[in-house]
Design a protein around this ligand. Structure first.
Ligand code: ASP
Length: 325
């Protein structure tokens, strides 16, 4: 029988109703989580490693990097076949993508969580843990990088994103779709992730900001970040990479301070492409050395920039890492 290590970090999956506050708070241990899923033993031998029990919005990039190191350590064990990480869903996709980029293993890494707490009548935690363990123990998932497994769907960490604030079917891969599905007794993978990348880094450069464009956004925040100076900035542009005129001024100022600026789209699918020639378009930002983020969302591009800056400060090298023109 295969062995799967479950690394617990917290999130709603490990929360119960607190009568004092009337809200969910962290309360369930790793062993409690496994005890809630007695059928696990039919699919794998399971071991638990508890790292924290916090809402995922409290995790710092340093904590996410520590989770990655724990996963790498457990995955390097010869007696371990796969890893499950339990995590709050709010920032799950960021940690999952970090694992995808920095954990050097072919073994399946399946990140899961829950939208309803352990005191809820319809707690989705046990079902999600079961599906994640099944996926982590499956040959089909070997070499697929890190994956997000919730509601029986398997999403590539690079593509999966939280799309609904409370629905249990919240994780989707806009445009490309899930890579597989976990049935009662077997796992189906229908497409392979073709964009797997690995970076060997011993830290993250965490001083990286993500700014979303809205109509009328000005250069105030960029001016602050230029003065700081920040280590890097991700800009979530309109459409295929267009920003308001004042934001263009702000980006120019940040580039003059040598700050790498990565351009993503605030839409949920498609690449940033230099189609337009009008001021503020991706094409007119390229001369300043702006880096195009391919298809990554802002939050994923920020994770990649934190990793990339630990590899190099050189803007041309960063461009290569982002496959930018
Ligand atoms: N706020 C929770 C968290 O991310 C949400 C969840 O786990 O679903 O920790």
């Amino acid at each position: 029988m295969k062995k799967v290590v479950v690394v617990t970090t917290g999130g709603t999956i490990a929360m119960k109703l607190d009568p004092a506050t009337g809200g969910l708070i962290p309360a369930v241990s790793g062993d409690d989580l496994l005890a809630a899923v007695p059928v696990l033993k039919n699919f794998a031998e399971v071991e638990v490693v508890e790292t924290s029990n916090v809402p995922s919005g409290h995790l710092l990039p340093e904590d996410q990097f520590k989770i990655a190191k724990t996963v790498e350590r457990e995955a390097s064990r010869t007696d371990v076949d796969g890893i499950v990480v339990t995590h709050g869903t709010d920032t799950l996709e960021e940690t999952a993508y970090l694992l995808d980029l920095v954990v050097d293993t072919d073994k399946p890494i399946c990140v899961t969580g829950a939208m309803r707490g352990a005191s809820d009548m319809s707690w989705d935690g046990p079902g999600n843990i079961l599906a994640a363990v099944q996926a982590a123990a499956s040959d089909e998932m070997i070499g697929q990088g890190a994956a997000i497994v919730l509601n029986n769907e398997i999403h590539a960490a690079r593509e999966g994103t939280k799309t609904h604030s409370v629905n249990t079917d919240t994780f989707q891969s806009p445009y490309w779709g899930s890579i597989g599905y976990v049935y009662d007794d077997h796992v189906v993978v229908r497409r392979h992730s073709l964009c797997l990348e690995k970076f060997k880094v011993d830290h993250l450069v965490t001083d990286v900001y993500d700014i979303k464009c809205v109509s009328g956004l000005d250069d105030y925040l960029f001016d602050c970040l230029a003065k700081k100076p920040a280590a890097g900035i991700v800009v979530e542009a309109f459409g295929c990479g267009n920003v308001p005129l004042k934001v263009m001024d702000g980006i120019k100022e940040c580039r003059e301070h040598g700050i790498p600026v990565v351009l993503t789209s605030r839409t949920y699918g498609g690449k940033v492409v230099p189609i337009y020639g009008y001021k503020g378009s991706a094409r007119t930002l390229l001369p300043y050395g702006v880096i195009l983020a391919d298809e990554l969302t802002g939050q994923k591009a920020r994770i990649k920039l934190m990793v990339a800056l630990a590899v190099t400060n050189d803007n041309d090298e960063l461009k290569k890492i982002f496959h930018s023109v």
